[in-house]
Design a binder for this molecule. Structure first.
Ligand code: SF4
Ligand code: SF4
Length: 340
């Protein structure tokens, strides 16, 4: 699948019989849209997927493999699992009517910022692109929250301290989502928080893209104007009437068209310079079969998101401004040439 990249690194954990390609499970080459299938990050209650053994290997070395990868990651993960017992719960019997969904959306965003401080928030409608096949997600809206990670720590990716910081960010952003979901349930509307990697029903990136938190980069992760790719997501799924946000264009496509930083720095060569057809959409896609073994072996990798120029603190707004201005100038020159 990757003629422009070197062969993959040897994975630590090898299957006696290689599992079905994760790219096939993900729908690479499929021209028709369908809901996404679970390919990694299994959670209890779901059928084991073809890469289950590698998934468990990753869970063990990034979680309970304390002596190898440090106990910090495990502690953060356990604390998050404990708080996520409050992700869903009883809904108040008396429902607060919502006459003005725009005002309610503003109120919820203000609550997120009050609880989360330096974070980004947006709202979108949940589409089938975000609903995992075989899951149950009977909610209309997604409140998407992004919280930055400590960049100085993340610069050490893929070392264990970076893995701990990833789990710490998940715990912190999950706490905000949990408290927002509790607030909504207290108003008499259903709401459920999603706040860790092992999700059962919801893919968080599609709803966050629709909610305008950022754009998809060549490395397959989101890029926001505020934090680049150096952030983690949590989501509240709810039926509370809200006004949704629009996707944004901050110039990510313009830079990814020429930048090759993540492509060159990805150790197993999992990132392609061309877009791939996946379940009916041509998009940036990371080769699962190359990334997953290295990702698991290192307890979470994250090299690609940290080398991305957008992730440099404070650089995003200026970068976006410059890219959009250059694009506008290019378009102007084109129009002028066409008019001659
Ligand atoms: S997480 Fe690591 S292995 Fe996976 S695409 Fe990014 S750099 Fe490559
Ligand atoms: S490193 Fe460069 S090519 Fe990769 S996602 Fe970031 S801007 Fe795009």
């Amino acid at each position: 699948m990757k003629p422009d990249n070197p062969p993959p690194a040897e994975p630590t954990l090898r299957y006696r019989v290689p599992p079905v390609s994760g790219n096939v499970v993900s729908g690479v080459g499929e021209a028709k849209f369908r809901r996404p299938s679970l390919v990694f990050h299994w959670s209890p209650g779901r059928k084991p997927h073809p890469w289950f053994a590698l998934d468990m290997h990753f869970t063990m070395i990034s979680g309970i493999g304390g002596p190898l990868f440090g106990w910090g990651s495990l502690i953060q993960r356990l604390r998050n699992m404990w708080q996520l017992r409050r992700a869903n719960g009883p809904v108040a019997a008396t429902r607060k009517p919502v006459d003005d969904p725009a005002a309610m959306a503003a109120e919820i965003k203000a609550l997120v910022r009050r609880l989360g401080g330096d974070c980004i928030v947006g709202i979108s409608e949940i589409t089938d692109a975000a609903r995992l096949e075989g899951g149950d997600l009977p909610y209309r809206y997604a409140i998407c929250i992004g919280m930055p990670m400590d960049r100085h720590v993340m610069e050490h990716a893929p070392q264990p301290r970076a893995g701990t910081e990833v789990m710490r960010a998940y715990r912190r952003v999950a706490r905000v989502a949990i408290e927002v979901s509790e607030h909504i349930r207290a108003m008499g509307w259903p709401a459920k928080a999603f706040g860790e990697t092992k999700t059962t029903d919801l893919l968080q990136i599609p709803v966050a893209l629709d909610a305008g938190l950022g754009q998809l980069g060549k490395h397959g992760s989101m890029i926001s104007r505020e934090f680049g790719s150096n952030f983690r997501l949590a989501t509240v799924a709810t039926d509370l009437p809200l006004v949704v946000d629009a996707p944004v264009d901050i110039g990510v496509e313009d830079l990814c068209a020429t930048c090759r930083r993540c492509t060159l720095d990805c150790p197993p060569g999992a990132i392609s310079d061309t877009k791939t057809l996946v379940r009916g959409t041509k998009k940036w896609y990371v080769d699962f079969d190359r990334c997953a073994p290295y990702f698991s072996e290192t307890g979470g990798c994250a090299i690609c998101i940290e080398v991305c120029p957008w992730s440099e603190p404070g650089r995003g707004p200026k970068l976006s401004e410059t890219l959009l201005a250059k694009r506008a100038a290019r378009q102007e020159r084109k129009q002028a040439a066409a008019a001659e």
